[in-house]
Design a protein around this ligand. Structure first.
Ligand code: DGT
Ligand code: CA
Ligand code: CA
Length: 359
């Protein structure tokens, strides 16, 4: 039987959770913010509901920009509550995982599911399964989500993105090429801005262009592995096994500090809350980590990073703090820069039960 994959992405996730927890916010622009603490309104928007998006407010824009755009409306600005979102995420993904054979956590609001057997290889059945799943998530969690169904994880993910919010998009095998052809190459997950720009500079703008590109050129520019992956992706072919990746492999948090600094104790104090957030997320998702990384960004936006592998998997925030202290100290000793942003990362995540998948 040919594989059928379902990909689910929760709509305007953090903001939708906030609307549910505070029903009086419904109908108002809701903006979920990561406050940097420099001053009361510095920082970036993490996400916004559709009311706020009408005003051009979306993930990544400065909070000050959002305030200016939403002036005169009854908009609400809220700080992120990662623990709450990760609790809800777990519940939703647990529900999703019950609908198919293999499940993989792709991000806090996304999961992929192999439904080949559950749908008996039939796309009409797969569609009904998705309707049922969407209904259950709405009933249980009062959340809408957008679902894509296709013959590979790649096609299913792209399909989940084309009809938001509350979408359901089914792409049958014979429709894959026509579905992908007109899209920009940047729609392929894994093609970042840099790769997209590079391809575009060579006249490869759409996925159809990529499919017709010279394989020799792709291999020469991207290497054998990535080149081959790109050629397959252009055809919607993606053989990767769902869940085999162990879900997300790293978690990170970064913040802008109250003042530029190169003092180790100040860096440790400023990143204490990031370490706690990572610790909470690891605990909730029952993950351990085997490597720690730190990032620093200086006044000229130059980035510095260092990472270290631990001898054993760890679950513990103390270990993360200890390793990050050493890594920050190393960077400080190697440059005279003053740092503006600081971040922590835990890497090579594994389920604490020693399994590869989360559920
Ligand atoms: P959508 O497009 O309806 O799926 O909207 P979201 O908000 O669910 O966006 P998505 O799926 O890209 O991201 C899921 C969550 O991740 C989102 O609710 C907040 C967080 N997030 C996304 N982009 C950013 C960002 O640029 N900065 C920060 N801090 N958080 C972000
Ligand atoms: Ca989403
Ligand atoms: Ca997402």
């Amino acid at each position: 039987m040919d594989r059928i994959v379902l990909h689910l992405d929760i709509d305007y996730f953090f903001a939708q959770v906030e609307e549910n927890d505070r029903p009086e916010f419904k109908g108002k622009p809701v903006v979920v913010c990561v406050y940097s603490g420099r001053d009361e309104t510095s920082g970036a928007v993490s996400t916004a509901n559709y009311e706020a998006r009408k005003y051009g407010v979306r993930a990544g824009v400065p909070i000050k920009f959002a305030i200016a755009r939403l002036k005169g409306t009854n908009a609400v600005f809220l700080p992120v509550r990662h623990e709450r979102y990760s609790e809800i995420s777990q519940g939703v993904m647990q529900t999703v995982s019950g609908y198919g054979e293999k499940f993989g956590y792709a991000s806090v609001d996304e999961g992929a599911l192999d439904i080949t057997k559950a749908s008996e290889g039939d796309y009409a059945k797969a569609g009904r399964l998705a309707e049922k799943l969407k209904f259950e998530i709405l009933e249980k969690f009062r959340l809408t989500c957008s679902v894509g169904i296709g013959p590979s994880p790649l096609v299913a993910k792209i399909a989940s993105d084309v009809n938001k919010p509350n979408g359901l998009t089914i792409v049958r095998p014979q429709e894959v090429e026509a579905f992908l052809s007109p899209m920009g190459v940047g729609k392929i997950p894994g093609i970042g801005n840099k790769s997209a720009e590079f391809l575009e500079s060579g006249g490869i703008r759409t996925i159809e262009d990529l499919r017709n590109a010279d394989p020799g050129m792709l291999v020469e520019s991207f290497g054998r592995k990535t080149g081959a992956w790109l050629m397959n992706a252009a055809k919607g072919v993606d053989e990767s096994e769902i869940g085999a990746e162990g879900g997300q492999k790293q978690l990170s948090r970064i913040k802008t500090m109250k003042q530029d600094t190169r003092d180790l104790e100040t860096l440790m104090r400023e990143t204490a809350e990031l370490a706690d957030e990572l610790g909470a997320e690891l605990r909730e998702r029952r993950l351990s980590y085997k490597a720690v990384g730190v990032m620093l960004v200086d006044e000229s936006l130059k980035a510095y990073s260092k990472a270290r592998t631990l001898s054993h998997p760890s679950e513990d925030v103390f270990e993360l703090r200890k390793a990050s202290r050493e890594l920050f100290a190393q960077i400080i000793s190697e440059t005279g820069a003053q740092f503006r942003r600081a971040g922590l990362r835990v890497d090579r995540l594994e389920s604490r039960e020693g399994q590869q998948t989360l559920f």
